[in-house]
Each structure stands twice: as C-alpha cells, then as structure tokens.
Design a protein around this ligand. Sequence first.
Ligand code: NAP
Ligand code: MG
Length: 499
Amino acid sequence: MQSTPLETSIFIGGEPRAARSGALYDLHNPARPTELVGRAALAGKDDVDDAVKAANAAFPAWAALSFGERADLLRKVAAAIAADEEDVERRSEIFTREHGKIRRETMMELSRLGDRFMQVSAYAERLAQDEQMGPAAAGPPFDTIITRKPRGVAALIVPWNWPLSILGAKLPQALLAGNTVVVKPAQNAAMAPSLTLQIIAEILPPGVVNIITGSARDIGDTLVSHPLVSTVNFTGSVAVGQHVMRIASHRLTPVTLELGGNDAALVLEDVDLHPETFMKMYMGAFASSGQICMAMKRLYVHESRYDEVVQGMLGACSKAVVGDGLLPETTMGPVNNAGQLKVVTDMIAEARAKGADVIESGQIPDEALYQGGGYFQRPTLVLDADQDLSVVRQEQFGPVLPIMKFRTDDEAVAMANDNEFGLCSSVWTPDAERAVALARRLEAGYTYLNNHGPMSQDSRAPFGGVKMSGIGRNLGFEGVLGFMEPHTITGPGGFLFGN
Ligand code: NAP
Ligand code: MG
C-alpha cells in the first residue's frame, strides 16, 4: 500500500510553487495513521500576502469580462476537471487516503464539482440583465438601474469533510460574479483539493484562482484580515466561524458563514416504510461516516411507528461494511481525525453511562485494521435517547444517531426546534400538504421531504442555515448574488427610459 509520498504545492499568480519558507507538512491515512500519504506546502503569512496581491492584480481584467465570457471559461473548467480519467482516479485515490472516505464518495465529489461549474455557468444570461425601474403611476418619479458588481478578492475557506462539493458551492459562484479568489482548503484534506484546484487555476487567467495550503492557526487571521480581501466565504465550525466574523469586522469585510448543523428528521405516523426508506434514512445519517453538515443527526419518530423504524435502521446499519475506504466492498471508512473520533466516542460513552440503549452495528471484515489505531467507529444508534444527552444536543459529526419518540406534530416541531442549530431538517410522510405545512414550521434553511442529506439536495436552490448554523447562502442564484454588491443608478423619470 505504501507508495512514494506525494508533495503538493501552493499556486499563486498562475504558477505552482513551494511555500517561501520551503516548509511542508505531513498528511497521514486515517485508516492507518502511521502511513504517510504525502506532504502539502505549509504556507506562511508572506505566501498569503502574495496570493491576495496576485488575486487583486488579476481582478480588474477578470471583472471586465462579460458574464458570458466567464461562463465559457467555467464550462472549460468543468471539462478539464474530468478530462483525464486516469488522473481523476488518481486524485480520488489520494483523496480517500488523506481523508478516509470511501472511493465511491471521492469520485462523486470530483464529479459534483464539475457539475456545479456547469450549473453555475447557466446563470450568466440572467446576471447580465440589470434590473430597471421606471416611474410608478403613484410612486417615485425616478428612472433607476440596479446593477450588480463583484466584490473583489474573495477568500474561500473550506473544511475537510466535503471539500470539493463545498468548493462547488462557492468557487464557480465567486468566479462567475467576477471575483478573483484565494482558496484555503483544510489541513486534513489538502492534497486532492489542491491538485484539483490547480487544474482549475491553470484554465483561468493567472491570479484568478490562487491556492494556499497550511495551518490556519498560522495564516487564517492574515487571510481574513487582509486589506485587499473584500469578502470571506467560510464553511466550518461555529467557533471558527465566530472568530472569522470578529476578525472580519475590523474592516467590515462581509462574511458568509456555513457552520454546523444538528438536523432533525420527523417521521410521521403515516410514513411509508420500505427497505428503500430505511436506506435513505441510513444514508442521510451515516454517509461519509456521518461527517456531513447536512446529515440527519436527530431522528424523531411517531410513537406508533418507533419500533418499526428502529428495526429498519438496525437492519440498515448491520449491512454497513466498515474498513479501508480504498477497498470496493467498504461502505463506511474511518472518521477523518483523532479529535473528531473522540467527540463521537465521548458522546457514545456518555449515553451509555447515563443508561441509554446504545447499539453498535455493522460488519468489520478486517478486525486487525479496525483495532489498529485507525479512527474507526461502527454505525451506532442511541435508542429512546434523552433530549439532554450531548449526542442529541450537540453536533456529532460522526457515525452515531439518536432516535426519539414523539406523540403529536406540535411536540415533534418543538423538539426539532429546541436546538441552537438550524441548518437542515426533514419530514417523512406521503401527505404532501402536511409535509410542507410542517416544513414551514421548522427552524432551518433547508427541509427535505422523504429524504435527507446531500444526495437529495437540489443545488439550484440556496443552501445555508439559520440560528448558529450561519449567515448567508451558498448555491442557487442567491449563491452568486452573495458574491456581488448592488449598485443603484437613479435619474429623474424619463431621463433614462424615456416617457
Ligand atoms: P474548522 O475547524 O472550523 O475549519 C474549517 C476551515 O477553517 C479549515 O480550512 C480551517 O483551516 C480554517 N480555519 C481555522 N481557523 C481559522 C482562522 N482563524 N481563520 C481562517 N480560517 C480558519 O472546521 P472543520 O473541523 O474543518 O469542519 C467541521 C465543521 O464544519 C463541522 O462543524 C461541520 O458542521 C462544519 N461544516 C459545515 C458545512 C455547512 O455548509 N454548513 C459544511 C461542512 C462542514 P485548518 O484546517 O488549517 O485549521
Ligand atoms: Mg478543525
């Protein structure tokens, strides 16, 4: 399994290069933490400054292109990401080895990134139209144009869990709007993102996409507070998001924050339960070993259907094959890092200690690997969980799911909303009217019906959260507008549009 460790660079002003200091850091395989997968450039503050300046220098010419011209380049990017099948396989394998997630998922992230470039390119025509308002019959006597401008240099900060899909929710949007960017992937998933971003950057004029890898502890504040950075689009944890917002406030730099979630799923008494329903629920909670912001994290079931749902979920969990994500039979890889594993195992231990019924399930074909220091945790259910357990109150971000009972819709809505997060949610019922009525009462930025999670997300629509889950939206047309500033131009009635 050991191959020559790969080294990835940073990319600034159209050129790949080492960090000025020459420093690199090691990335290990979460399935076998002693295995070195490769080394990524460890950028310093001076590299960040170079990257922002390169982006700033490239901005005027990039912003001067028409939306149609930029959309053409986005389509070229989409083609280039997928052009070399062998290289796609290679990046997918590196991604699995540095991250832990299964190959099917790393392939899916790679194709999703390209799909999103294509999808976003289609907004060009709509963006090219300024909004126009003539004098209203009984309203203001003005002719007004509302035009939209790119903000400038956008800092795009990405977490480790779904780095390429998440890039697809902000990078093509920032670019189509006319911004130039500095991208900072997370330390724990830097190589596959950086190799893929390099392909993107090479298609575009030098300086339009710049890539920085390294430790945000050293360079995060330099990036966020840089005087030439005009907007920050951050995806990650609540604590870091709050910090980013504080730092950005010094220059009133606008921030979009996609933070954690603790998504509730409400399963109503009339739900249709089939094996596919349980597979959807299982995937909604356990895909990517549960490390998805928009994963199902609390399952509330009407008391009359509770036993059936528990049996169905136990059945689905028992089919999981937990192990090395490189093996085709594996359906659940390790958790990405030791810290995240500890969060999850601590929650499970607390639930057990407080007397909850905790069931770990799933198959382990390679017991030696599972016990060998990798960050493995089998899919775990906490049955009839007390609402005060941390596995219910906090985001698990790992393969554990609490299941609770409710009696009435009002009770279900109250329990779902009784949480500081408000990212996504789901309602499971064949009754469309009832589903939408309940969805409207949920405190969330997104509600899925009869499904949950990224496999069922409509990327034409805005995505983001309320409450502690963040500020602003990515994806959809709104996701592009978030990278723009309106500029209003007004004259007297008749001056612009005639009488
Ligand atoms: P994290 O620790 O907050 O890190 C996220 C990113 O921010 C990383 O690239 C990190 O770089 C960087 N960062 C850290 N400190 C920074 C600073 N001072 N200034 C600028 N950037 C800084 O989150 P994570 O552990 O990678 O990801 C897990 C969290 O992300 C979970 O809470 C999850 O719910 C959330 N998430 C949310 C969404 C969403 O769309 N709502 C999607 C995915 C994940 P380093 O790696 O170098 O520290
Ligand atoms: Mg972190």
